[in-house]
Design a protein around this ligand. Structure first.
Ligand code: SF4
Length: 351
């Protein structure tokens, strides 16, 4: 099978072009076509025909094959399940807002962290994505949005996987997403989330790519976080918040603390007080995410009144807090749910 064109770096593609007697500026032209939504080399009409033929023989335009799509919010949210080379699959979700278009991207097929409330964590871990497989999710989203007269403006690494456990590919992909020759998305509009791999957060702070860091916190005391986010047993919550604050100091970027609200588990007065004490004086924003129910887990979604009450309790601690809208409930929105549904139907069908 021919390699996907984005598996080559800029230098490698320019070398290939030079080897085929083409000027190196053709590389920018090819990337520009991909960013504008070309799915074949034949469509790149200002590239000479002979070169288009050579590209078509040597490369694929993408390695991703869409195998399921689900829509929600009257078409404002689109979730696509892509099959990767080798058979694993990952999800990517496009969310359209009045002032921006955001892609939630996957960095691993499955996830080794195993949070008990998460659909992705229930499946066996597949593999790390390569940088080009991450970038191709964004190129596909840019294509879909371009057809609607929209531009992909924001990317959040909050799909399947723990981005910091696939560090080098994620950092490489962020650089490529930000490359003005490709998608040109400002690192400030890219959010990298982590369940808390402390050494990698420190390393990310040294990369000089000021992405927004999001910490999947979900609990402010070790006893509870050890259960909800098992990596906490290795990297306790206080050390994690200190490391995240060092990232904020170094980059000037406010850290986003994500808190999935699980009814009766992590939304009490005590939870709010502990969170207030943990984040006191930190450059922090708390993002509450009402839980999207996942089959075969003991967790339940909170009701509206308890969401509001917990938000008020956190505000009373002097913290900045927002409640994330529950985009895509019908789109199997929690990460891993579309994957789970498709895998189950395949098993039922004996595929
Ligand atoms: S919530 Fe995130 S880190 Fe936890 S298992 Fe799911 S994908 Fe992995």
């Amino acid at each position: 099978m021919a390699p996907p064109i984005l598996s080559l770096s800029a230098t490698e593609l320019e070398q290939w072009l030079a080897d085929h007697g083409a000027p190196t500026y053709r590389r920018k032209q090819i990337w520009d076509w991909l960013a504008r939504g070309a799915t074949t080399f034949e469509a790149m009409v200002d590239v000479p025909k002979a070169l288009r033929g050579a590209l078509d023989t040597a490369f694929r335009a993408t390695s991703l094959r869409p195998i399921a799509v689900s829509e929600a919010d009257r078409g404002l949210t689109t979730k696509t399940l892509f099959e990767l080379d080798g058979g694993h699959s990952v999800e990517a979700v496009v969310m359209r807002y009045a002032d921006r278009s955001t892609l939630c991207i996957s960095s691993q097929a499955g996830c080794p962290i195993g949070c008990p409330f998460c659909a992705t964590g229930k499946f066996p871990f597949g593999r790390n994505l390569k940088a080009h497989e991450i970038v191709e999710q964004a190129v596909d989203a840019a294509r879909v949005l371009a057809q609607e007269g929209r531009r992909l403006s924001h990317v959040v690494f909050m799909g399947m996987g723990e981005p910091m456990a696939n560090y080098h590919a994620v950092v490489d992909s962020v650089r490529r997403l930000a490359d003005p020759d490709l998608l040109g998305i400002s690192p400030r509009r890219i959010v990298v989330s982590t369940s808390g791999l402390i050494p990698r957060i420190t390393q990310l702070g040294e990369e000089k790519i000021p992405v927004t860091l999001a910490i999947s916190l979900h609990a402010a005391r070790d006893e509870l976080r050890d259960v909800l986010v098992p990596i906490n047993r290795k990297y306790p919550v206080r050390d994690l918040v200190d490391t995240a604050q060092a990232y904020a100091d170094r980059t000037g970027r406010r850290v986003s603390y994500e808190w999935v609200m699980l009814a009766g588990v992590n939304q009490s007065e005590r939870d709010a007080r502990e969170l207030g004490a943990l984040l006191k004086g930190k450059l922090a924003h708390v993002n509450l995410i009402p839980f999207n129910p996942v089959e075969d887990t003991p967790y339940r979604a909170p009701d509206r009144a308890s969401i509001r009450a917990f938000k008020d309790m956190i505000e009373a601690q002097g913290l900045n807090v927002t409640v994330r809208d529950t985009r895509g409930r019908e789109a199997d929105a929690a990460c891993g749910q579309l994957h789970e549904r498709v895998m189950r139907s395949r098993q039922t069908a004996g595929v």
